[in-house]
Ligand binder design. Structure first.
Ligand code: HXC
Length: 514
């Protein structure tokens, strides 16, 4: 009996070596950790239960019948993060470059199915040379099996992709379907076709990093939601993200202890809005002052910075924040801001995360570039996302809410549950200058002193519209509040909304403008 136990231990030790010491050394030399080292850093100590450690590929061509590595290039199993269960796979670059074979795909599919059955998040650590070239179409089929499950699992369980090495070709579409993508500077890259193909087809000279590195995807394409300096920081941030989100669509996010009796007013909020309506301020300061422990976990920090998305806690409750950033492009809504925020709203709504919207928006960005690239279609995504969301939704208009952007940014009309305005709020069809030039065009042109006439009409317009009280008279905002009292108001409102029930009409699915 002891022999058999010893044999098992030996087999497991062998399997843990993946592609062997030499390849592990080479992985380390590239500044990368191994598949198992990553798991150790990611999950609670001693919590990992591996499955399918002895799976081997079935390929025979190109000498593969003589090359077998137990586990076949991917480590899969179940573990805990902060005591909560997760499913994971971690591709092992030391085995055939982490390439995806039929059996490698089957292992991933197995944990995905279990994650869906049990309602636990799936975390994929990607480090792979793509389809196992020697296996041909069987490998492509394996990818498609994963894509299908990614799609079916969308909205059922959170899916997080961590790209820690190459992720190229069609392989990129599994992470792309998942909810969040993490990348690491300098060692991870994603592209549909690499620099060599790009050179042949478009004659562009571009490096791996420039074409599909972490910073490119975090700031230019928006493919990556998080970019980190190294693997350790990346894996710790995955843990942090999980702390804000539930295990599945029926679950609620974990709450933190919060002593409401210790909550005090925040006078700094009264002084944040500048005297001039055209002066910027940092909306992140507002968010930090509202967040418990000033802890705001930003998503897509470097992409479409004119809108801010991320998670914080309010009174211990996890909340998704969407806020215009007056410091970047005056907080205007453009194509990238609209799609970024729309996807975030839909994630929160799918996973019962209440939404806080902070509004300071001068409108949609004008121009041919925006119109020709479809600001109508893309702006509609954000409108659609807010309109269909049934989670608790609260809006605070801190300053400007002009034009269509007023409607879009979770107005009362699209089922905002509580809509507040600060006393500096300006809510109107358009900003004073544009409005005056249109509606008083004749008076201005006939005036002896047009400049003076514009000034006069401007002050009339500002007096009439650039305040929150007409909106409040209509009940389109529920209250005009003193900024320093905002956090208390929000906590009370979110607590009231704990029992909120709202539904959408029965349908197969909506048709969001894509
Ligand atoms: C089989 C592969 C492999 C692959 C790498 N290896 N990619 N084996 N299939 N796709 C093996 C290598 O033979 C080598 O084996 C080991 O992994 C490490 O590879 P190296 O090339 O030595 O590593 P490195 O120099 O770091 O380069 C990494 C790499 C390169 C850039 C990923 O290996 C590469 O270009 N691989 C091919 C990538 C590719 O074209 N894949 C197909 C993409 S199309 P040994 O035994 O020496 O350790 C695709 C379609 C998916 O994936 C479609 C889904 C719908």
């Amino acid at each position: 009996m002891k022999d058999k136990i010893d044999k098992l231990s030996k087999l497991k030790e062998e399997a843990k070596l993946g592609g062997g010491e030499e390849r592990i050394k080479s992985q380390h030399e590239k500044g990368k950790l191994t598949a198992r080292e990553r798991i150790e850093l990611l999950v609670d100590e001693g919590s990992f239960d591996e499955v399918d450690m002895f799976v081997k590929h079935r390929a025979k061509d190109f000498g593969l019948d003589k090359q077998h590595f137990p586990g076949d290039g991917v480590v899969t199993g179940f573990a805990k993060i902060d005591g909560r269960p997760i499913a994971l796979f971690s591709q092992d670059f030391t085995v055939f470059g982490g390439s995806l074979s039929e059996t490698h795909a089957e292992k991933i599919v197995k944990v995905m199915k279990m994650a869906m059955k049990t309602g636990i998040p799936l975390i994929g650590l990607n480090d792979s040379g793509g389809a196992r070239i020697q296996e041909g179409v069987v490998s492509l089929g394996g990818y498609a099996d994963i894509f299908l499950l990614n799609t079916l699992a969308s909205g059922v369980i959170p899916q997080i992709s961590v790209v820690l090495g190459p992720c190229a070709g069609g392989a990129v579409y599994s992470p792309a379907i998942t909810d969040f993508i993490f990348m690491v500077k300098n060692t991870s890259y994603m592209f549909v076709t690499g620099p060599n193909v790009v050179k042949t087809v478009t004659h562009e000279d571009v490096s791996f990093e420039e074409l599909g590195g972490a910073e490119t995807h975090a700031s230019k394409s928006g493919v990556a939601h998080f970019v980190c300096e190294n693997e350790i920081e990346t894996l710790l941030n995955v843990r942090k993200l999980l702390s804000f989100i539930p295990l599945n669509y029926r679950d609620k996010s974990p709450e933190k202890e919060f002593d409401i009796s210790k909550l005090t007013y925040e006078p700094k909020l009264d002084d944040i809005i500048p005297d001039s309506a055209n002066k910027p301020y940092d909306m992140k300061e507002v968010i930090n002052l509202l967040s418990d422990e000033q802890d705001f976990f930003e998503v897509h920090q470097f992409y479409a910075e004119n809108i801010i998305c991320g998670f914080c806690r309010l009174g211990g409750m996890s909340v998704g924040v969407i806020a215009n950033q007056p410091q970047v492009l005056a907080g205007v809504l453009d194509i990238n801001a609209s799609t970024k925020a729309a996807r975030f709203v839909r994630f929160c709504d799918a996973f019962n995360i209440p939404i806080l919207v902070l509004v300071d928006v001068p409108g949609f960005l004008p121009g041919t570039e925006q119109e020709w690239n479809g600001i109508i279609r893309h702006g509609a995504k954000l409108l659609f996302a807010f309109s269909e969301a049934t989670v608790p939704k609260i809006t605070v208009i801190t300053r400007k809410a002009y034009g269509g952007a007023y409607d879009v940014m979770n107005s009362k009309h699209i089922r905002g549950d509580f809509n507040f305005a600060w006393p500096f709020a300006e809510i109107a069809v358009m900003g004073p200058k544009g409005a005056v030039e249109i509606i008083f065009k004749k008076e201005i042109s006939k005036a002896a002193n047009p400049e003076k006439e514009i000034e006069k009409k401007l002050s009339e317009y500002i007096e009439k519209f650039a305040n929150p009280y007409i909106t409040a008279e209509r009940g389109y905002v529920d209250d005009v509040i003193i900024p320093r009292e905002t956090k208390q108001k929000l906590i009370n409102a979110f607590n009231l909304l704990r029992t909120k029930v709202d539904t959408n009409p029965k349908k197969k699915h909506g048709n969001i403008p894509l």
